[in-house]
Each structure stands twice: as structure tokens, then as C-alpha cells.
Ligand binder design. Structure first.
Ligand SMILES: *Cc1c(COP(=O)(O)O)cnc(C)c1O
Length: 365
């Protein structure tokens, strides 16, 4: 076996726009200004425009975007936030860092929050819903936003995997109060280190977020609240600007890869991903499901194809959340997904030959 096909590789994404990245990096290094400066301001404006939101505030990570979102909304101890059970643990930590309690709902067949499961979870402590657009597919946002309006709940979106995904043309991140983004290197819009942002149409929330990200100060050394250090740096912002300018092309490349997988993988042991009517999927991950998941992963590995499980342990069963008191069996569909999902190779710069080999071995399994 010659070159192994990895589940993800970031060097290809760098090579694609190498000259632009290098030029932008040198521009920042030579500028003498490295944190919260003109590159960050320009990126915030460009990313707000890209999503259609009024404001964007650059932050240090996706987790910061999440916990600071709940912080500026005033959600904390004694409050409940409804979230899907099968998310990445960061979504849940964004809630619990503030002392609030996550209340889980089961996912639908698209791996997103089952909107029909929300209402039965609402109590008089419920303050917000956190919708996660998992694997890159937009959630059923019109229905979820409708429920939030009906019960006067805040709506936060975890868009760490959904840059550019939309529902009937409206971008994820713009349906509720705050949209939270991660630009971790492996995300669809990835930096070369940690980075994140929120988008909002609410000027007060944007202002508050800018204060929180910089030690709670609007004016230097005059601190209004106990904030954080969650400043985005100029180098990351400059790299993100390069990639954002190519975002449509990058998304199209993922879409074509996914389309090829869906068209050519034919194996009745596998359940391929489905896309909800009216929403777009930006294919952060291409996730298949099978009862023989571990055998499939081992078979692919033996044939030089890497895969990853997103995610093997659902948050309610994570050691970190033992204090919530859930046992195995509490969320059957969530747990079933954790036991059966497998993410195939998907990255910027994946070649047709690599795709072909992935398809060949999935069909051979
Ligand atoms: C990556 C990710 C996050 C966290 O982002 P970081 O930048 O790693 O802090 C949150 N939620 C989801 C769904 C993610 O995939």
C-alpha cells in the first residue's frame, strides 16, 4: 500500500492558495500590529456580509463563541438550554461553563435536532435553544425559530461545521440571537491556529461581545464586567480573509465530492447521508452509518483509507458530565448514532483518484 488516504489533511488546503496565504502572512508580520487590528476589523466586516448578519465579532475559538454567547445573553445558573444529544462536546460546554443545564433532545434522520422533540422538554427554567448544524447540514431552522418565538426563548446556533449552509437561502447563524462559528484549522473555513467569531443583528449584543472578549473593557483599563481574553489575532484574520474570498469554490468542491460518494457508493450494509428538502449541506463531514462500523473502519484502514468517528461518546455519557446523572439508554437514537457513524475522507484538495479508491473499498466491504 503506497500513500494512505487520510480522513482529513490540511496541507492540501494550504497548497491550494499558498501564494495568497504567504503574502497575507508577511503583510501581517511586517505590519507591527498583531492582535485586534485592521485585519480583524476587515474580516469581521467581510464575514458579516458573507452570512448576511449585521455584525460579526472575532474571537479566539468556537468554544469561546458559544460560552460568551450565553454569557452576554445572561443565561447561567438555574437556567436550562435545549440542545441535541449527538453534538460535539463543545456545544454542551458552552452551556455548562456558565452554570446552565443542558437538556438533550434526540436527533432526526439528518443528524440534527429533531424539532418535534423540543416542546416536550420546555420547562419554566428553559431560557434558550442551541441548534447545531452538525456535519455541515442546516437544521430545521424555520420550525425551531418558530418554537423559540412561541415560548419566548433565546435561540443560539452552533455553526462550527456549517459555514455557508442555508435554509431557503438564509444562512445558518442568522436565525436566532447569536450564531457561533469556529475557524479551527479542520473546519470548512479554517485558520492556521485557533479562531472563532459570533454573528448577530443585535447591536447591543455585538457591543457587549466586544467588551467581553477583551477583559470586559470598552475603554482600555476601565473594566465593566469580568470578561475573558478571547481576542482574535491579525495573522489568523488575514488567513481567514484569504479563504473566505474562495469560500464558494471551497464549498462547491466538498459538494462535488459528496455528490460523487452518494452516487457511486452502493452497499446495502451502509446508510448514506440524506439532505432535508430546502436546506443546504456544506459537507463538513460525509458520514455513513452501519451496524458493522468497527469492522468497516478496520477494513478501510487495512486498505489504506483513514476514517474518524464523530463522535464515539455522546456528551450525556462523557465522564465530564457524569454529574448530570445520565445512564446508557437515556437517549437511544443519540447512542445508536454514536455506535454506528463513520466519517469518510473529506477535505479540500482530495483528488478524484483518492475519491475513487474510497468508493471502491466501500463497495467492496
Ligand atoms: C469545532 C466545534 C466547536 C468548537 O470549536 P473550537 O474552535 O474547537 O473551540 C463547537 N461546536 C462544534 C459542533 C464543533 O464542531
Amino acid at each position: 500500500m503506497s500513500d494512505k488516504i487520510m480522513q482529513n489533511r490540511l496541507d492540501r488546503g494550504f497548497e491550494k492558495y499558498r501564494e495568497e496565504f504567504e503574502e497575507a502572512a508577511l503583510r501581517v508580520l511586517r505590519s507591527g500590529w498583531y492582535v485586534l487590528g485592521p485585519e480583524v476589523a476587515a474580516f469581521e466586516e467581510e464575514f458579516a456580509r458573507y452570512t448576511g448578519a449585521k455584525y460579526c465579532v472575532g474571537l479566539a475559538s468556537g468554544l469561546d463563541a458559544l460560552w460568551l454567547a450565553f454569557r452576554v445573553l445572561g443565561i447561567g445558573k438555574g437556567d436550562e438550554v435545549i440542545v441535541q444529544g449527538n453534538t460535539y462536546i463543545a456545544s454542551v460546554m458552552g452551556i455548562t461553563i456558565n452554570g446552565a443545564t443542558p437538556v438533550f433532545v434526540e436527533p432526526d434522520e439528518f443528524y440534527n435536532m429533531d424539532a418535534d422533540g423540543i416542546e416536550e422538554k420546555i420547562t419554566d427554567r428553559t431560557k434558550a435553544v442551541l441548534a447545531v448544524h452538525l456535519y455541515g447540514q442546516a437544521s430545521d431552522m424555520e420550525k425551531i425559530a418558530g418554537i423559540c418565538r412561541k415560548y419566548n426563548l433565546r435561540l443560539v446556533e452552533d455553526c462550527a461545521q456549517s459555514h455557508g449552509a442555508a435554509v431557503h437561502g438564509k444562512m445558518t447563524g442568522t436565525f436566532g440571537d447569536i450564531g457561533c462559528f469556529s475557524f479551527y484549522p479542520s473546519k470548512n473555513l479554517g485558520a492556521f491556529g485557533d479562531a472563532g467569531a459570533i454573528v448577530t443583528d443585535n447591536a447591543e449584543l455585538a457591543k457587549s461581545m466586544k467588551m467581553y472578549r477583551n477583559y470586559g473593557s470598552e475603554k482600555r483599563y476601565y473594566n465593566k464586567v469580568v470578561g475573558a481574553n478571547s481576542r482574535l489575532d491579525e495573522l489568523q484574520a488575514a488567513m481567514l480573509r484569504v479563504r473566505l474570498a474562495h469560500m464558494d469554490e471551497l464549498t462547491e468542491e466538498r459538494r462535488e465530492t459528496a455528490e460523487r460518494y452518494t452516487r457511486l457508493i452502493q452497499n446495502e450494509k451502509l446508510i448514506l447521508p440524506k439532505v432535508r428538502q430546502g436546506v443546504t449541506h456544506v459537507w463538513h463531514q460525509y458520514v455513513v452509518r452501519t451496524e458493522q462500523r468497527d469492522e468497516l473502519a478496520a477494513f478501510l484502514d487495512a486498505n489504506g483509507i483513514g476514517t474518524i468517528i464523530h463522535y464515539p461518546v455522546p456528551p450525556h455519557l462523557a465522564e465530564a458530565y457524569a454529574y448530570l446523572g445520565y445512564r446508557k439508554g437515556a437517549f437511544k437514537r443519540t447512542e445508536q448514532y454514536a455506535d454506528t457513524v463513520l466519517s469518510l475522507p473529506m477535505y479540500s484538495g482530495i483528488t478524484p483518484e483518492e475519491q475513487g479508491k474510497v468508493i471502491e473499498f466501500l463497495n467492496a466491504f
